[in-house]
Design a protein around this ligand. Structure first.
Ligand code: CTP
Length: 406
C-alpha cells in the first residue's frame, strides 16, 4: 500500500532502519520507518487521503508520522533534508540521496533499505555492508566521527550488542574507549543520558548491558561514585529473578522494571551521591523525590524485617501486611532482590500473592450503625479488624462485628 502511494506520486519509497534490520533478523519491530526520496510530507498526506489514519507532520524536518487505527506507527522521513540558508537568498533545498541519508546513521546494521514500490518490492539496498554485519553479528559504525557527532550512540551500541547477542567490532570498540577518554561523553545532556539508561534498563537482559557499560568505563558518566561491586551485582542478578517471578504471577499491576534495576544498580551510592546523580540525569524534582522515597522506604522496611527475623520472634501475617502496605511493587521487588534472608523474601512474596488482597468486610458505615462516633478511631478499629482477619482470628462478617463489640 505504501509503495502504491509512492508510485502514484512517482516517488521511491523504502523501509529502513530498525524495521529493515529486524525483518532480516526474523524479529518484529513495533513500528516501521520509511524514507521517501522526495517530499515525505506530501507522501504521508496523500496516503492519509485514501486510508483511515491520522497524520502528524513536521515541516521543519520534512518528517511525518502516520498512525493507523490499531495504533501502529509509520515514521516517514524525506531524503530532502538539507536546508542551506544563504544571506539574502531564498533558502535552497538540497536533495540528498538515500545513500547520504543512510550514511548519517549510527551503525551499519541500521543502514538497510527495502524498496516498497510494487515494481521493485522487496529490493534490498545495502550500501554499507549491513547484510554482512547482520550475518556476522557485528555492531560497527560507519565512520570515525560517529560517537563525536552523537555520544548517545555509545549507549545504543551496548544496547544493540546485548539485545541482539552481537559483538561491537574492534575498531568501533576502540572509538568508544577513545570517546570516553577524550571526554566526549561529558557533553551529553542529562536528559539524553537518562533516556538511554532507561531504555537499556528496560531491555530483557539489562545486567549484561550494565557489565558491558562498566567494562567500557561508562558508569562514571552517570555518577563518578557509581561502580559495580559484588554486592550491587548480586542484587542486580536477583532483580532479574524476582522480576521474572513477578511477571509469571500475572498480577494486575504494571511494574516499571527499569526502576527496580535502577534502584539495584545505585544501591551502594550514598544519599548525597544519589541526589547528585538525579540532578546530573535531569530527573524531574517530582520523580527524584519519588525515587528517593522508594530507596529510603525500601531500606527501612528491609531493616525492620531483617531485625525481626534475626530476633527470632514470631511474625504475624498482620505484621507483614502493615510493614509492606503502601509500598509500590517496584520497592517490593527491590526488597526481595536486596535481602539475603529467605524468610524476608517469603514475607514479601506472601504479601504480594495473598495478603495485599485481603480486606475486612466491615466498613465505616457499619461502625456508625452500631453507634460509634465518627473520627480517626475508625481507621484504628478497621485496621484492628483487618489484623484479626489476616491472622485468622475472624473470617465472617459476624465474627468481625463481634470482634468490634469486644
Ligand atoms: N539513529 C542514529 N543515531 C541515533 C539514534 C538513531 O543514527 N543516536 C538512527 C538509527 O540508524 C536507527 C534510526 O535512527 O535505525 C531509528 O532510531 P530508533 O527508532 O531509536 O532505533 P531502532 O533501530 O528502530 O531501534 P529500536 O528497535 O530500539 O526501536
Amino acid at each position: 500500500e505504501l509503495g502504491k502511494v509512492g508510485d502514484g506520486l512517482e516517488l521511491p519509497v523504502f523501509a529502513i532502519g530498525g524495521f529493515a534490520r529486524d525483518l532480516l533478523l526474523g524479529g518484529k519491530n513495533d513500528d516501521i520507518d520509511i524514507t521517501v526520496e522526495g517530499d515525505g510530507i506530501l507522501f504521508a498526506e496523500t496516503f492519509a487521503a485514501t486510508h483511515e489514519c491520522r497524520v502528524k507532520s513536521h515541516a521543519k524536518f520534512g518528517t511525518a508520522v502516520i498512525v493507523l487505527p490499531d495504533g501502529f506507527k509509520i515514521d516517514v522521513a524525506s531524503t530532502r533534508l538539507e536546508f542551506y540558508e544563504t544571506p539574502g537568498a531564498l533558502p535552497t533545498v538540497e536533495r540528498s540521496s538515500l545513500k547520504m541519508d543512510l550514511y548519517r546513521r549510527d551503525f551499519t546494521i541500521n543502514t538497510l533499505a527495502i524498496q516498497l514500490n510494487p515494481a521493485n518490492f522487496g529490493l534490498l539496498i545495502d550500501y554499507f555492508g549491513a547484510y554482512r554485519d547482520l550475518r556476522d553479528k557485528v555492531i560497527r559504525v560507519l565512520h570515525n566521527l560517529s560517537f563525536v557527532e552523537d555520544p548517545t550512540r555509545v549507549f545504543r551500541a551496548v544496547r544493540f550488542e546485548q539485545r541482539l547477542g552481537f559483538q561491537i567490532a574492534r575498531h568501533t570498540d576502540n572509538l568508544i574507549r577513545n570517546a570516553v577518554k577524550m571526554g566526549f561523553l561529558d557533553k551529553l545532556g542529562g536528559r539524553r543520558l537518562l533516556n538511554e539508561l532507561v531504555i537499556i534498563l528496560r531491555e530483557r537482559e539489562p545486567v549484561r548491558a550494565i557489565l558491558r557499560m562498566e567494562s567500557l568505563g561508562l558508569l562514571g558518566f552517570i555518577h563518578p561514585d557509581l561502580t559495580l561491586e559484588t554486592e550491587n551485582l548480586r542484587v542486580l542478578d536477583e532483580v532479574k529473578k524476582v522480576v521474572t517471578w513477578f511477571e509469571l504471577l500475572y498480577q494486575r499491576d504494571q511494574v516499571e522494571t527499569w526502576v527496580v534495576y535502577f534502584l539495584a544498580l545505585t544501591s551502594l551510592l550514598a544519599d548525597a551521591a544519589f541526589f547528585e546523580m538525579c540532578t546530573r540525569l535531569s530527573v524531574s524534582e517530582h520523580y527524584r523525590e519519588k525515587l528517593i522515597d522508594m530507596r529510603v522506604h525500601g531500606e527501612q522496611m528491609l531493616a525492620v524485617m531483617e531485625r525481626k527475623v534475626a530476633g527470632k520472634k514470631p511474625v504475624l501475617r498482620s505484621n507483614i501486611y502493615f510493614w509492606l502496605r503502601g509500598l509500590s511493587p517496584e520497592v517490593l521487588l527491590y526488597i526481595m532482590a536486596k535481602t539475603c534472608r529467605d524468610e524476608v523474601r517469603k514475607f514479601v512474596s506472601l504479601y504480594v500473592t495473598q495478603l495485599r488482597e485481603v480486606t475486612c468486610m466491615l466498613t465505616g458505615d457499619d461502625l456508625k450503625a452500631i453507634g460509634l462516633p465518627p473520627g480517626p478511631r475508625y481507621r484504628e478499629i478497621l485496621d484492628a479488624v483487618l489484623s484479626a482477619r489476616l491472622n485468622g482470628e475472624v473470617s465472617t462478617r459476624e465474627e468481625e462485628s463481634r470482634f468490634v463489640k469486644q
